[in-house]
Design a protein around this ligand. Structure first.
Ligand code: CS2
Length: 479
């Protein structure tokens, strides 16, 4: 019996020794310069945008990424000893492994805000991308900047050491403004309706509180394209680490996994001062809204439904949920009967085919996507994923019995977690725990407590008697 020697740690010097099937960066990393700053380099960024920049770098070395963590040093601590390299496992009927080299610097913002501002204000930096999740936009239920948000209050008082993405963007832009540089383009990559527009409005509102000329400059010259991003990216687990070690022959502290499918649609307003996105497989379009609505409502809306309803039915993953005939039928009916009628297909997309392809992706046996991961941050995700569809269905006089199910299932999910003393991952966790502890099982009263969650449900829905009746009925039925 031979005893395997421990694998070498992945880094620039060991990468060439990776097993032959592993795809290597197709460029000389020493020649790469930073052209883009990314805020929030979590798993999704490394699975998605960093992969597209990895493709771009093969032809244009000016687009290396400076990744900025806004909170914890975890990404820096994992990637710095690896010279920024990490493994991307694309798990599908055919699985492939690729070493991604596009992240050439990692900063931890709270440790050194001036270093972040220096990168943002550098003439070489032409773009800032961000994945800070829905809650990172600090928006109110009506969609504008939530000026009472504690992070926003903090950043207005401490503009040189902000905690929010908005605070960083505005200070970075201000430094360019005073030194006479053009603003960097800001590319929002989170699952929000009209993400770029909302971000521009929030950034401009924040800037106006600091300096009206700065706000006018951002309003006039700032480019904030709307985008749609898509690739199913389960969190890294120890099974992935083991699999990557076997497949590459190297030890990677933080490999990333996703399905093979990936899509990035960007509103075509970046002009010539942008990388050749189209060449890297990105869709540039003037109809981003059509793509973004279809993805947010069909994929994310049904994902959240599967998460809450699936957990209540004792499932652990999306794949398991889709193997449950009741949930599989619910997912399909929601997509085809309830959500599709609210959508206008963008050019080149057949909605029925798109919906079928998503259902097929949910059935990918290689992907172990935990329902509990999707269930995070329900107060932030459900409004953008479900409430728009619901309001439009109500306006059009269509039935909403299925569309209220994810909301009712979420309420039961919250109650169960709190009753089981399990942690809730949500920025409003404290208020949700309080609500859950006051629930008695009386559908009407419990639902009223949840509907009063601050900033979650727009007034028009709260005043709609049909909506209230439908959600009370769904809640009672699920109990
Ligand atoms: C998921 C998304 O975790 C979630 O809430 O719905 O992350 C989803 O996997 C991606 O948006 C797919 O592109």
């Amino acid at each position: 019996m031979t005893i395997a020697s421990p694998a070498l740690r992945l880094r620039a010097t060991s990468a060439p020794a990776a097993l032959p099937d592993v795809e290597q960066p197709a460029y000389v990393r020493e020649k790469v310069t930073v052209g883009v700053v990314h805020l929030g380099p979590g798993a999704f960024h490394r699975a998605h945008q960093a992969f597209y920049f990895d493709r771009i770098l093969a032809k244009d070395p000016r687009w290396g990424i400076c990744a900025v963590s806004l909170k914890s040093p975890g990404v820096r601590d994992a990637l710095e000893p690896q010279d920024g390299l990490y493994t991307l496992a694309q798990l599908d009927r055919d699985t492939t492994f690729r070493l991604v080299g596009s992240i050439v610097e990692v900063l931890v913002a709270p440790e050194d805000p001036p270093a972040v501002f220096a990168r943002m204000a550098s003439p070489q930096t032409r773009m800032v991308t961000l994945t800070v999740t829905e809650k990172g936009y600090c928006l109110s239920a009506e969609g504008g900047l939530d000026e009472s948000h504690p992070d926003i209050v903090h950043d207005l008082a401490n503009p040189g050491s902000p905690v929010s993405a908005i605070g960083y963007l505005v200070e970075g832009l201000r430094r360019r403004f005073v030194s006479g540089l053009a603003p960097f383009a800001v590319v929002a990559c989170d699952n929000l309706t009209d993400n770029g527009w909302r971000l521009k409005a929030a950034v401009t509102a924040f800037a106006a509180k600091r300096d009206s000329q700065l706000a006018a400059w951002i309003q006039a010259e700032g480019r904030f394209p709307r985008t749609m991003v898509d690739s199913i990216t389960p969190a890294t687990d120890s099974a992935l680490r083991d699999r990557v070690r076997l497949a590459t022959g190297l030890e990677d502290a933080w490999p990333i996994q996703r399905e093979a499918f990936t899509q990035w649609v960007i509103e075509d307003c970046l002009g010539t001062d942008a990388p050749d996105f189209a060449d890297a497989g990105v869709t540039l379009t003037d109809d981003v809204r059509g793509f973004e609505r279809a993805k947010l409502r069909l994929l994310n809306g049904v994902h959240s439904t599967l998460a809450y309803a699936g957990l209540l039915r004792g499932h652990e993953t999306v794949f398991e949920g889709m193997s449950d005939p009741v949930l599989a039928a619910l997912a399909r009916d929601l997509m085809l009967l309830d959500i599709m009628p609210t959508l206008t297909a963008p050019r080149g997309l057949v909605l029925q085919d798109y919906a079928e392809a998503i259902l097929d992706r949910f059935r990918n046996p290689e992907i172990r996507h935990l329902l509990s991961q999707i269930a995070w941050d329900g107060t932030q995700k459900l409004p953008v994923r479900i409430l728009g569809t619901l309001s439009e269905a109500l306006d059009a006089g269509r039935p909403i019995a299925r569309l209220v199910l994810p909301l009712a299932a979420w309420m039961h999910f919250v109650r169960q977690r709190v009753a089981g003393q399990e942690p809730l991952v949500d920025p409003l966790a404290e208020s949700l725990s309080d609500i859950a502890s006051r629930c008695t099982g009386n559908a009407e009263e419990d639902v009223a407590l949840f509907l009063a969650v601050k900033g979650m449900f727009p007034q028009t829905l709260l005043e709609n008697a049909d909506f209230r009746a439908a959600i009370v009925a769904a809640y009672a039925e699920l109990a």
